[in-house]
Design a binder for this molecule. Sequence first.
Ligand SMILES: [Zn+2]
Length: 108
Amino acid sequence: MTEVTDLQSESPACGHSACRQNWIDTGESECVQPQVDVTLHLRVYDPYKFAAAAVAQAIKDGVDPEEAASTYTEDNLTGCARMIFDPGQSPPGCQIEDSSAIEAGDVG
Ligand SMILES: [Zn+2]
């Protein structure tokens, strides 16, 4: 009975389901935060509106408005996409570690 108590005290206190499963599978109680890779495919039907959204996000993130307006333009849609989907502040409960965006060409 004491063994069970000892094992429970070694289980991860972080509350991650992945850590708990890892502990059950391997006995390792080290925190292994789950990683999620996200891929988005965007069709930008209004580049000006999209760029304006990026400018607004950049200003919200503390970028100088003039600098934001000259950086996030309809000619820099990949930069705009990264500002919109990878803003300075990550969504609650996660940390966006890296992002990339490529222009995949025109959709007919
Ligand atoms: Zn954990």
